[in-house]
Ligand binder design. Structure first.
Ligand code: DC
Length: 212
């Protein structure tokens, strides 16, 4: 089974994806990390983030062993990832890796922006996670502070809104719910509540399929 989780920045889709993968015994891929790794490679060499050719080269040389680097989680890298991920050729270079990951046994959970629309349009279950931007900014600020980083909630909110705007309006694979995705608004849910709501959706889809 392939479970696709999409949604805007800081919606909690990554944590949800990880928890669902654990629940079902599946593998998990946070696809944002891939774009973050491409961005970090450009930042590290001082290359211009708008240099498409450099970004494509970085995407083709990706080393999944480096996906655990905590620097990838920072706001600066996230913002840069939103820029490089708008290049169609960068996205193209990363499609096979993601589809290959999704197809392997015993099943997989992928989270990102375009999993249900572009990467795995035939995913068994698609969930589109949303939350009030102010709630997302509060959560992201608390997480950054817990990691010992400085974080100003108003700036985090501005970053989230700018990123939503860019991710939604880019020409290639914009952030949007697939027509057959199930919406999950977790503005008023904690992590456990979000996980339970997602499992309810998945089980309802499975039960419906068995009846059919
Ligand atoms: O989910 P995230 O914050 O880690 O993602 C960082 C950026 O990467 C996001 O602003 C847009 C881009 N991204 C994307 O374009 N497609 C994906 N499947 C995942 C992330």
């Amino acid at each position: 089974m392939i479970i696709a989780i999409d949604g805007p920045a800081a919606s909690g889709k990554g944590t949800l994806g990880k928890r669902l993968a654990h629940h079902y015994g599946y593998r998990h891929l946070d696809t944002g990390v891939i774009y973050r790794a491409v961005a970090k490679s450009l930042l590290d060499t001082g290359a211009d983030l708008n240099d498409e050719a450099r970004a494509v080269a970085a995407a083709m040389e990706l080393d999944p062993e480096k996906f655990g680097d905590p620097v990838l989680k920072t706001q600066q890298v996230g913002e840069a990832a939103s820029v490089v991920s708008a290049f169609p050729r960068v996205r193209e270079a990363l499609v096979d890796f993601q589809r290959h990951f999704a197809a392997g046994p015993p099943g997989a959970v992928l989270d990102g922006r375009d999993i249900g629309t572009v990467i795995c349009p035939d995913a068994d279950v698609k969930i589109f996670v949303i939350a009030d931007p102010k709630v997302r900014a509060r959560r992201r600020t608390l997480e950054a502070k817990a990691r010992g980083e400085e974080a100003d909630e108003a700036l985090v909110l501005a970053d989230i809104l700018a990123r939503d705007e860019r991710d939604r309006n880019r020409a290639t694979a914009p952030l949007k719910a697939a027509p057959d995705a199930h919406l999950l608004d977790n503005s008023h849910l904690d992590i456990e509540g979000g996980v339970r709501a997602a499992i309810d959706i998945i089980e309802a889809v499975r039960a419906g399929r068995q009846r059919a």
